[in-house]
Design a protein around this ligand. Sequence first.
Ligand code: DGY
Length: 326
Amino acid sequence: MNGTRPKAIIAFPILESVAARARAEFDLQYDPTTPLETEELVRLANQIQAEALMVVMRHKMTEPVIAKLPESVRVISTASVGFDHIDVAAAKKRGIVVTNTPDVLTDATADLGFLLLLAASRRLPEAAATMASGWGQTQGFGERLGRDLRGKTLAIYGMGRIGQAIADRARAFGMKIVYSNRRRLPQDLEKGATYFATLDEMLPHADALSLNAPGTKETEKIMNEKTFALLPKGAIFVNVARGSLVDEEALINALRSGHLFAAGLDVFANEPQLDQRFLALANVVLTPHIGSATVETREQMGLRALENMRAVVRGETAKDALEAKL
Ligand code: DGY
């Protein structure tokens, strides 16, 4: 870096506290009030010969998109832990470092996962609909009953940081934990949870299932007709990971038939387009991909993304360089 600030684009509106710091460190030629479309981002990057780009999930940085970026780009920093929207290998081939923001969103995402589990188990959407229509009639003693979590088994697919944080919350609610992960965790992280080498072996033990694995080729539609059928009847399903892990047709069938008691979903196959059939189901709690959407967490994500950009343009190793982990 010489005396001038490196040119950067933050392709989406960011909290003012982060924007202020970004402006002090980078020559930000664009201060968005609405997110840039990916094409516009590429055009602008070429126009200003940007060195650093900060993106989010909506920016699909595929191989053809990356090929159109100017030589000047040295880093694509995504303000997200997931990076399934970026072709890291294609970026690496062009000498572009890709970084993400792990750790800082673990608690917020785990909170939402557990909130969805509670809301699904206690039939919150039906209760909220009753109140929204003015109430007026006492609910019968045996009517619209939910399910207790205490004493039940929560199965976690993907026992990384977020999976482990959900397990911690579930333990506090008196749940037992089983999990499936590429590798078994060391005992101090496992905290008494039972490991299953495969998803199929784990599913029959689950009163509730939480997906917490990344969206990759390996996990694509890992929950499908066959695997939903392996869950015991009456299980609860929660997904705060990625919609790509789920065959939504199979999920809707399992919810309609009552094989699943309920589901809590924050992520969907074709975001932001929602399969409208979900809206007709009483036993589903839906949120629009807000796992990390708190003031504190979004600030930390922005700062971490900025820190990664800064490191790369200074020629240092970024804390969260994904190429190093591939
Ligand atoms: C993440 O950080 O991956 C969240 O899902 C937001 O995209």
